[in-house]
Design a protein around this ligand. Sequence first.
Ligand SMILES: [Zn+2]
Length: 290
Amino acid sequence: MTLARQDEGQIDVRQDNLPVYDNPSEVVKRSSQWASALMAAVEKQEMFANTGNGKKYLEVEAWLFLAEFAGAYSIAQEPTPIENKDGEITGYKCVAVLYQNNNIISQGTMTCGLDAFPCRGKQGSEKDKAAMSSAQTWAISKSIQNKYRYVAKLAGFEGASADEMRNNEGAMFSGNSADFCPVHDLSWRPAGKTKELMHIVEGEKGARGGNVWCKKEEFVGSLLDQMTVIAKSGTHDADVIANTSKRWNSMSPAEKFEAVQSFQQPTEAPEEPEDNIEYEDENEIIEAVV
Ligand SMILES: [Zn+2]
């Protein structure tokens, strides 16, 4: 993974970039009010990602929202390619500058490698486009984080962004996060009119050229269907099945997925080549394959 924190620093930090309060306790009060308002809006719109360890990371939209609260805006510069020693492009780097009242108050630099999650499933120039776009978005988010991390902290969120964590420590999201899709390594997020939890399947297009969506409810439902087939098949230890069934409702999608996969593994290597197994009818073949 090539997403890196290249710039943790702030530049040209001015004292007049926030509403000015001479009284420090006023500043604290103001920041806390800001944080509470942020928290309420972010929670309502679910503009954050949960990890298994109970930490919450703001999505890019939430950082933009936070900047807007401060009357600040970030402008990303043109992304520049990152090349390896053979001259091959491995990703893109971008710098974004955060302004307030025409003053520069912070800056952020981010890179997005062609191997990072936004580029997965894409080919050729589409891959470069995705990396450039993510580097810009992340740099914007970073410039805001560098300045307003403390507000996120006050509101009970982590100082890093959700995307940063997805790239650097993807495993954190895979654990027991309730909204993490273990198949595509992405978080399901509320989308569309119904705010149903889903994510776009990268690199896939529907029959009419639209996005293909992976929906949490459908995915978890299909795992339950598969688990039901497994339980009925009687091919596994009844106690193990009963135990899994009992825990099912408290299991994360990743745990359910893992359980179903483990039950679907052949428990012992077949002694005979498959050609020699005789099936009475087609239904039995289907059951055996399942
Ligand atoms: Zn998915």
